[in-house]
Design a protein around this ligand. Structure first.
Ligand code: PLP
Length: 243
């Protein structure tokens, strides 16, 4: 593989940033008495080109987050062309319109931002059709997104609706309930927000023992999220730079 100087520089920058993120996660895990291996890293690649995703797969990453259906679909296809042998799991992490469900199930492995019964039903129907059409084999993994402050504009289900939503996902033939996801809202201390999320994650897990994922923590607050039991940090800026 011959590489342009720009590409070489980008590869080195991404390698440095990735090492720094791994170190932050490991330090936070140790400070919390946890095993760093319990905490996965989802690289949020929204707005960044597929060439960056390709470099991240070279560096050993395999889980990528996108917040727009069309951008994600295009990038997944580009990555498949750039790195036909790479393993990549694509997560949708942003607000999703129900009419995007049918195209999403063709390329996404997981939706981390499910926040309404109608979206659950749309994804179940779409995933079922995709299976029938031979477009996918595995169930779609779903995380229920928690809105800690209940602000409907920022995505996520209000805290008191989360258990029922998790039950609904668990009852779907073509969806697999992975757990919960949250973004710490502005105006609430992250520790307080993540404590609420942790409690809710325990409730969901008590009802659904395989729903072990707690996706919490981004570039700015991953240490706090790891202290409160995060099993997956979603990192964009600290890896790829400012959008
Ligand atoms: C963009 C985004 C991230 C990554 O945020 P950074 O601050 O860039 O690390 C994580 N989660 C969600 C839901 C996002 O939309």
């Amino acid at each position: 593989m011959t590489e342009s100087p720009d590409e070489e520089r980008r590869r080195a920058d991404l390698a440095d940033a990735l090492a720094a993120v791994h170190e932050r996660v490991a330090d936070a895990a140790r400070a919390a008495g946890r095993d760093p291996a319990e905490i996965g890293l989802l690289a949020v690649t929204k707005t960044w080109p597929a060439t960056d995703v390709a470099l991240l797969t070279d560096l050993g990453l395999a889980a990528f987050g996108e917040n727009k259906e069309q951008e994600g679909a295009a990038k997944a296809a580009e990555l498949a062309a750039l790195r036909p042998d790479a393993t990549a799991r694509w997560h949708v992490v942003g607000r999703l319109q129900r009419n995007k469900a049918r195209s999403l199930v063709r390329w996404a492995h997981a939706v981390d931002s499910v926040d309404s019964p109608r979206l659950v039903d749309a994804l179940e129907a779409a995933a079922g059709k995709a299976v029938d059409a031979g477009e996918r084999v595995d169930p779609l993994e779903v995380l229920v997104q928690i809105s800690v402050d209940g602000d409907p504009d920022r995505g996520g289900a209000p805290v008191d609706e989360v258990p029922a939503l998790a039950d609904r996902v668990a009852g779907c033939a073509h969806l697999h309930l992975g757990g919960v996801m949250a973004v710490a809202p502005q105006g609430i201390a992250p520790a307080e927000a993540f404590a609420t999320v942790w409690e809710l994650a325990q409730r969901v897990r008590a009802a659904h023992p395989r729903a072990t994922t707690l996706s919490a923590g981004m570039s700015g607050d991953l240490e706090t999220a790891v202290a409160y039991g995060s099993t997956c940090v979603r990192v964009g800026t600290a890896l790829l730079g400012r959008r």
